[in-house]
Design a protein. Structure first.
Length: 386
């Protein structure tokens, strides 16, 4: 590895070896030399005369403006994990990228804060753009800027929930572990679906973290509506102001409880060698009578060890690998994802959600293992291997 130094006044990175010449970035731009070192430094891998990799993390300006106000534990962990073996993590917004350089925010270990730097175009881009609605436009512009430059971009977009369901429904292993799911259209007969399933979840197509989910249940001659804030009974469907589109309807599965509360398995998965492996499994409990287990909606966490004897890890490993192989055939460069699963009252595993951009896991061991796998993916995609 070599050490590089950042000079704030010149807004440039430099190396400090007078007898060497180095290039960096995907376009192999010369890394300038200086005799003056600074406290802001980073460690890079050496491959011939090339140093790197530079890892660009795509986000938006709102995140960048608050980097030193709101903690970003995942990004700091990725920075430290990458630095241990060599590599520079730089957060950026699409607007700051030009033909040869971009404005990237790097973590300054000495000052314990993110600093704005100028860098050559990255060797790889890791998409952590936070908004579904504006992501498509930003990615279209980014693709135009990096076209022909051979920069791998992984996690290229949020998964379409409906497309994922259609794909998995065609796979012999996965199909039997999916709740029946329907796309909400003005023509669909919700009353008939309630007769068939008795309880249904309504999930917005373009949401995450449990936002916008509600549940309808049929009990005798009453329809019960429940969301995160209220539970109400109605005499008919016509009395409920229901959406007409942009939702999926999912059969509600009666799941096995743990300590009298419903729980989900949150599984973090990464691409490794020729398959997909589990980086960790988290347990999420729903609040009493809540419709989801998301911690943002009052859900709680239990150690995986509490339920380890109840979980078929061999099955989950095979299931996760199959999910990755199927996703890889339809989405570009799938390197990580997470799954929300649970076991039914009859002991059957069900998959409720697949996420292209996993949320941060509160469990340190899961997040640490995940960061190691992601950094190995960076090295693989940029060919900065050991």
């Amino acid at each position: 590895m070599i050490t590089i130094y950042y000079h704030k006044e010149k807004q440039q990175w430099f190396h400090h070896n007078p007898s060497a010449s180095y290039t960096w970035g995907v376009q192999e731009i010369e890394l300038p030399f200086t005799q003056n070192i600074s406290s802001t430094q980073a460690f890079l891998r050496l491959k011939g005369e090339k140093v790197g990799p530079i890892v660009g993390v795509l986000t938006n300006t709102a995140v960048l403006e608050k980097l030193n106000v709101k903690q970003r534990p995942l990004l700091e962990l990725l920075h430290h994990t990458l630095q241990e073996k060599g590599g520079l993590l730089a957060l950026f917004a699409e607007e700051t990228m030009s033909h040869h350089f971009f404005e990237g925010y790097c973590f300054d270990g000495a000052k314990k804060q993110w600093i704005k730097t100028t860098l050559p175009l990255p060797n790889v881009i890791y998409n952590r753009y936070p908004g579904r609605k504006s992501e498509t436009k930003k990615l279209t512009s980014l693709h135009q800027k990096i076209k022909g430059k051979h920069i791998p971009l992984f996690n290229s977009a949020f998964f379409s929930k409906w497309k994922v369901y259609q794909l998995f429904s065609k796979d012999p292993l996965l199909s039997s572990h999916l709740p029946k799911t329907y796309r909400l259209t003005p023509e669909i007969d919700i009353a008939k679906l309630l007769q068939k399933h008795s309880s249904l979840y309504f999930k917005p197509i373009n949401s995450s973290k449990g936002a916008g989910i509600f549940r309808l249940s049929s009990h005798k001659h009453t329809i019960i509506y429940q969301d995160h804030k209220r539970k109400e009974e109605f005499s008919s469907l016509q009395a409920i102001d229901l959406p007409r589109s942009a939702y999926l309807i999912q059969e509600a599965i009666e799941t096995q409880p743990f300590k009298d509360r419903r729980y989900d398995l949150r599984i973090l998965a990464h691409h490794k060698d020729s398959g997909y492996v589990i980086s960790g499994v988290g347990i999420r409990h729903s609040p009493y009578q809540s419709i989801t287990t998301h911690t943002l909606n009052g859900g709680s966490i239990s150690p995986f060890q509490d339920l380890e004897d109840e979980v078929d890890t061999s099955f989950l490993s095979s299931f996760v690998n199959t999910c990755g192989q199927v996703l890889q055939k339809s989405f570009p460069l799938v390197e990580e994802f997470s799954l929300d699963m649970a076991k039914s009252a009859q002991g059957q595993y069900y998959l409720f959600e697949v996420n292209a951009k996993p949320m941060i896991f509160d469990e340190t061991d899961i997040q640490t293992q995940g960061a190691k796998h992601i950094c190995n993916i960076f090295y693989k995609l940029t060919k900065f291997l050991d």
